[in-house]
Structure formats: structure tokens, C-alpha cells
Design a protein around this ligand. Structure first.
Ligand code: F0G
Length: 353
């Protein structure tokens, strides 16, 4: 099978597809599992890997679920798809809808969608509606609209989304030869932690993995409904992808945590940004801030003595590319040096003479 056959061809046997399902693909899946150097040493674990989901065609893990949701929408004769999004879902929906010649309508919260994500939805040709509210409100509107209009919802309340997303857990097992001992993942609408857990359980049941990982999910401290045990009406965090106060897959995420003997905790924006910078300058990996929550969370649990990673294989899911949110990088990175166009001016600015 060619390397970029996509997840429908590669994992079709594990997915709810039929002979009538069009096997569309933009080359999603088969993302790198890159070993950590510095952070692994800091945490004292046997091995730490980063699952680089930013290497998917639209730069986030959303492509895995979207390719199946769009394929099923085509199979069912849908003409248009609809979603609410903090940005990545809308980028993926817009891209796969363009590929499948479907209309896409995306609702995004005003002021809190990273620039790259908005640009993607626009250039792929979706109709972008900016809602003067937050993600939770936009998702409520989507549910209401789908009752009155012939549209397919492609948020993760569409069951095909999580089915597609579970393939990331399959890939982790296929590459490692088994499941890791722990899996750290950011939590927003709580679909992805649910999908990974399903994937690990299915592979385990089929004998393709000998163990099940502990699922460690991390919300942002200002948007941590699961940790607090109540809806957060005004969620707030610089990790805009997970700025969510009432996750759709709340119960399923709690179940993944409990069944796996895991933890759902939260990390502050400061901890997220520290991990974000450390990943980039210490590992050469540019992930978006929400993705860095998985690394921030793992560091927090180890620092607080709540997690001992000796002899353990850990995987951190880095859900989206850092290029999605260039504004954040520009704000936190060291500034550039400007000089006149001579070698001596460059030398002087760099302190080389
Ligand atoms: N990381 C990134 C980069 C995301 O875009 C999201 C969710 C998450 C993590 C959290 O995943 O919702 O399954 O718990 N983004 C959604 C969106 C909400 O609209 O793009 P989750």
C-alpha cells in the first residue's frame, strides 16, 4: 500500500465503511512518531515520543475524522456540511468538502480563532460565519440549524469523526509494536481522548497490543470543565483550540480516564507557553499552543510526583502545527535584529567583532 493511501484504505477493515463509501483522501494519517531527546531526559522516562498530528494535510488531527465524516456524507447523498469550530475542525471540513465538491458552512467564535486556521477555511472555499460568542454557543447554534436545514453536522457529535480519529491510536501501536504505557493528550471538546481510548481498546481486544495505556488528558486551566466538574460559561485561555467550557464528549472522556486508570488535569497558560517554547527550541518541534498542553501536563504530573515514568514508554499527542497560530509565536519568541545591508553591520549586531 502506498505510504499516503489515507486512513480509509489503510484502516478500512476497522472503520464503518461499505462498498458504497468513496475512499477519498488528501493523504491524512501515517504521521511521524518522533522520539524526544531533552524532554524525555528531563522527565526521566524510558522513552517519550511525540505524535506529530500537525503533519496531516490541513495541519491537525482533525483530518482523520473529517475524511470519514465527509466520505459518509457523500455516501448518504448529502450536499452540504456544517460545523462549529475553534479553527482546526473548520479547516479540515473546508478542505475535505472542497475535495468532495460539497458545500461547507463553518461557524467560528469571534476573535479567538488563530489566523492560519481562518485563512484555511476561507481559501478552501467554505462559507465562514463569525459568531459573536464562544465555541459552546456556536455548537448550540449548529445543533439547532441542523434540525431545520438539510445539512450534515461534521463536529465530533457526528459518530464517524471519532471512528476516523481512533486510527491515530492504531498507528501508535503499529509503530511501537505495542501500546505505550501512558498517552498524554490535550482536551477541549473531549472527542480526541475518547477516540484514542476506543482505538487502543479495539487493538487490545484484537490482540494487536498487549497492554492499554493510562490516558492523561489536559485541559487549559481557564477552560477546565471536566477538572472542575461543572460547565465553564466564559472559558479563557491562550490555547484557543481548547477554549471550550462544555465539551460534547464529556462523559466519554471521564470514562476513558476511569477505565484506563488515568488522569484529567489542567495546565495554566504559563505552563502551556513554557512547553510550547521548550518543544520548539529544545526539540525542534513547532506545535500549536493547545498541543503543548499535553507536554505541559506530563511535566506537571512528574514535577508534582504524581507520575513516575521510569521504565515507561510515553506518547504525547501534538495535535496541530505551530504554523496555525503565527501570532502567538511572534509574541513569545525573541525579537529579530534589523541592520543595514552590510556584512559588518550583521557582524556588529551579532557581537562578532
Ligand atoms: N488540539 C487542537 C489543536 C485542537 O484543535 C483541538 C480541538 C484539541 C486539541 C482538542 O481536541 O476537542 O477532541 O478534545 N479543536 C476543535 C476545533 C474544538 O474546533 O478545531 P478535542
Amino acid at each position: 500500500m502506498s505510504a499516503h493511501a489515507g486512513i480509509l484504505r489503510r484502516y478500512g477493515a476497522y472503520l464503518p465503511i461499505t462498498e458504497a463509501t468513496p475512499l477519498i483522501s488528501l493523504g491524512e494519517g501515517d504521521t511521524p512518531l518522533v522520539p524526544s531527546t531533552r524532554i524525555a531526559r528531563e522527565l526521566g522516562c524510558a522513552a517519550l515520543y511525540f505524535k506529530l498530528e500537525g503533519c496531516n494535510p490541513t495541519g491537525s488531527f482533525k483530518d482523520r475524522g473529517m475524511v470519514l465524516a465527509i466520505a459518509k456524507a457523500l455516501e448518504e447523498g448529502s450536499r452540504a456540511v456544517l460545523c462549529a469550530s475553534t479553527g482546526n475542525t473548520s479547516a479540515a471540513a473546508a478542505a475535505y468538502a472542497a475535495r468532495a465538491n460539497l458545500e461547507a458552512v463553518v461557524l467560528v467564535p469571534a476573535s479567538y480563532v488563530a489566523l492560519g486556521k481562518l485563512a484555511q477555511a476561507m481559501i478552501y472555499g467554505a462559507r465562514v460565519v463569525v459568531v459573536d460568542g464562544n465555541f459552546d454557543q456556536a455548537l448550540d447554534i449548529v445543533r439547532e440549524l441542523a434540525v431545520r436545514h438539510p445539512l450534515t453536522i461534521v463536529n465530533s457529535i457526528n459518530p464517524y469523526r471519532l471512528e476516523g480519529q481512533k486510527t491515530a491510536a492504531f498507528e501508535v501501536c503499529d509503530v511501537l509494536g505495542d501500546a505505550p504505557h501512558v498517552l498524554a493528550i490535550p482536551v477541549g471538546n473531549a472527542g480526541n481522548i475518547t477516540a484514542y481510548w476506543r482505538g487502543f481498546r479495539e487493538y487490545h481486544a484484537l490482540g494487536r497490543a498487549t497492554r492499554l495505556p493510562r490516558m492523561l488528558g489536559f485541559e487549559a486551566a481557564g477552560a477546565a470543565p471536566i477538572v472542575r466538574g461543572e460547565v465553564v460559561r466564559y472559558p479563557d485561555t491562550i490555547a484557543t483550540a481548547i477554549r471550550i467550557g462544555n465539551p460534547a464528549s464529556w462523559q466519554a472522556a471521564v470514562q476513558a480516564r476511569d477505565e484506563s486508570g488515568g488522569v484529567i488535569d489542567c495546565v495554566t497558560d504559563e505552563e502551556i507557553l513554557e512547553a510550547y517554547c521548550l518543544l520548539a527550541s529544545g526539540e525542534g518541534i513547532f506545535a500549536e499552543p493547545a498541543s503543548a498542553a499535553s507536554v505541559a501536563g506530563l511535566r506537571k504530573l512528574v514535577r508534582e510526583g504524581r507520575l513516575d515514568l521510569r521504565d515507561q514508554i510515553a506518547v504525547c499527542v501534538l495535535t496541530g502545527s505551530g504554523l496555525k497560530d503565527p501570532d502567538r509565536a511572534m509574541k513569545v519568541a525573541a525579537s529579530v535584529i534589523e541592520v543595514p545591508p552590510t556584512a559588518s553591520a550583521v557582524e556588529a549586531a551579532l557581537g562578532w567583532r
